[in-house]
Design a binder for this molecule. Structure first.
Ligand SMILES: *[C@@H]1O[C@H](CO)[C@@H](O)[C@H](O)[C@H]1NC(C)=O
Length: 310
């Protein structure tokens, strides 16, 4: 799908941010009450790819909802096992293009799009669920039709890695999706550059991905870098990675038993990396986004002067 040349929702004006601050709590409560969300109305599958059309389940719209822009009536989901260790699940507006990270920033395979060959969507939701898997892949995707949600699991252990709740929000200026996590077993690392007290993310913390030029001497603030990526290491040591490929501002709420993405624009373009070692996750991740440049050894012992305390 083409990316718009003038990404109106990439750098939202201050007014939108102010509106968000005022209306976010209201919007969240309406995502949580079970209303809204989407149903799958058609789905086609070929080999290691799947595409589906989703339709908005009509729900009462409050003024707070309207402030977040029109809700997308139709969504387009494409999912594919791009390599043996990488699953992509991409959800876009079915009627119009939206801002996405440009191809020249991160060159990547175009999403599989079988929708043109799909049978006409019926207005009645599909029943049950569909599974996408491949012999060489440890990742399995399950798409639940009504209400729409999806699950990513590890074939070799049966462990559920990502499990979205019904009630996906996809509005012009606000996207929200929540996945359940096993609070006692998941250990998350990542989610932007910030000054938290530990590398392992702590429960009930919010990670703001909004790059800011703030000195790292301050605690609990967001800094320069914002990769919406986390690694989850679970006993007895299997790790996987989750990337939401988005350059839009977002908050990620990590509650221990869940992770919620609240994004102001763009699309939902998730990549799951199978690992299973942490090193393999980083290898699979940087295979997609690009390897870091090697540093010359002579540059490493950078003389850093620590200010003397008086
Ligand atoms: C996180 O919040 C939940 C709900 O308020 C609470 O039950 C839990 O104890 C909190 N966990 C931590 C580590 O603070």
């Amino acid at each position: 799908m083409a990316t718009p040349s003038a990404p109106a929702d990439c750098s939202p004006p201050l007014m939108i941010l102010l509106l968000l601050l005022v209306f976010l709590p209201l919007a969240v409560s309406c995502g949580d009450d079970g209303s809204g969300g989407y149903d799958v109305v058609s789905l086609t599958q070929s080999g290691s790819a799947l595409s589906a059309r989703l339709e908005l389940v009509l729900a009462g719209e409050t003024p707070a909802d309207a402030a977040l822009g029109a809700g997308a009536q139709r969504l387009c989901l494409t999912a594919s096992l791009e390599t043996d260790s990488r699953l992509r699940v991409r959800i876009t507006d079915g009627d119009r293009p939206r801002w996405e990270v440009p191809q020249d920033i991160i060159p990547r395979p175009a999403p599989e799009d079988d929708l043109h060959n799909a049978p006409p969507a019926s207005s009645t939701p599909l029943q049950g669920s569909r599974v996408l898997s491949a012999a060489g892949s440890d990742l399995v995707l399950t798409v639940h039709a009504s209400p729409f949600r999806f699950t990513v699991s590890r074939r070799s252990t049966g462990d559920v890695l990502f499990d979205t709740a019904p009630g996906l929000v996809f509005r012009d200026k606000y996207l929200e999706v929540t996945s359940a996590l096993p609070a006692g077993r998941a250990s998350l690392y990542g989610l932007g550059e910030q000054t938290k007290g530990s590398f392992r993310l702590r429960h009930n913390d919010t990670f703001t991905l909004w790059n800011a030029d703030i000195g790292a001497a301050h605690v609990d603030v967001n800094l320069y870098g914002a990769h919406p990526f986390y690694m989850d290491v679970r006993p007895p040591g299997a790790a996987h990675g989750v990337l939401l490929l988005s350059s839009n501002g977002m908050d990620v709420l990590y509650g221990g038993s869940y992770v919620t993405y609240k994004v102001i624009g763009g699309v939902l373009d998730f990549y799951f990396f199978a690992g299973p070692s942490p090193l393999a996750v980083v290898d699979q991740y940087t295979q997609l986004i690009g390897r870091p440049a090697p540093m010359p050894y002579w540059s490493l012992p950078v003389p850093v002067r620590v200010p003397e305390r008086v």
